[in-house]
Design a protein around this ligand. Structure first.
Ligand code: GDP
Ligand code: MG
Length: 243
């Protein structure tokens, strides 16, 4: 008789759940291999790499528009932007800072993935001129869940939480906050219009990850941007491993 859950595989005795775990392990293993190769390239070319993650609409591209414009004559910044469809974000960043390297990864051709993985980065890297890059910023696909599980070969991970998203999200999506070195509370200019307690967000983030840094900012008013630019300036080349 078939098992009630329907999870028992009749032929080889392997449950579907076990198969799923094995496939996940294979995919993670493959990702780790691409990530290690990316990492080697980054180190070889002396590039620092930041992976920026958050829900759609929390202000990643707006922050990168400001950041690219700010660093235009100060350091060589390149951007890779992931979205399921369109080149809109890469174009926005180019428009904000003429001459900046800003390339789009469209995940439509990878099964409309809801995250970037290390292979996608590896395949996009030939579009980046390493000699013209001190810092590579990767804007991940908008999603507060899946991108957290995939190491791309980066040095640092940054998560954004915008004021209109609500101050309850850290504990609801803990993995993302555990994986990040820096939390940016964005759209601080909207604080008066929303019931949002930044102190609560900071406290919950530190419960999940004691050493997480937190900055409050607004791409609209410029609040906190100086501190963010300093954080970018201070980037070290230390590799962080996400097994
Ligand atoms: N009020 C306010 N709006 C912002 C701020 N940053 C971004 N936005 C707006 O939020 C929307 C989504 O921003 P976007 O940068 O596309 O978010 P992304 O999807 O995370 O890249 C846009 O309409 C932006 O103009 C901010 O600091 N304050
Ligand atoms: Mg964006």
């Amino acid at each position: 008789m078939a098992s009630l859950s329907g999870r028992h595989h009749p032929k080889d005795g392997t449950s579907n759940a076990m198969k799923k775990i094995e496939i996940n392990k294979d995919l993670k293993g493959e990702n780790q291999e691409y990530a290690a190769a990316n990492r080697e390239l980054f180190l070889k070319h002396g590039m620092k790499v930041v992976n920026i993650m958050s829900s759609p609409g929390s202000g990643k591209t707006a922050l990168l528009e400001k950041t690219a414009a700010h660093f235009q004559d100060k350091l060589k910044l390149a951007v890779l932007v992931g979205d399921i469809s369109t080149n809109r974000d890469a174009e926005r960043i180019k428009l904000a800072a003429g001459g900046v390297q800003s390339e789009q990864i469209v995940t439509e051709k990878y099964g409309s993935a809801c995250h970037l993985d290390a292979r996608m980065i590896s395949e996009a890297l030939p579009r980046i001129d390493f000699a013209q890059t001190d810092i590579l910023v990767i804007e991940n696909v908008g999603n507060l869940v899946c991108p957290a599980g995939l190491y791309l070969g980066e040095d640092k991970r940054v998560v954004l939480l915008s004021v209109p998203e609500g101050d309850d999200k850290v504990k609801k999506y803990p993995v993302m906050f555990r994986e990040a070195e820096l939390l940016l509370i964005t759209k601080m200019d909207l604080i008066c219009a929303c019931d949002f307690d930044p102190k609560k967000v900071e406290a919950e983030a530190r419960e999940i990850k004691g050493e997480i840094e937190v900055l409050r900012l607004s791409a609209k008013t410029g609040e906190g941007l100086a501190e963010w630019y300093q954080w970018i300036d201070r980037l070290e080349s230390r590799a962080t491993s996400y097994e």
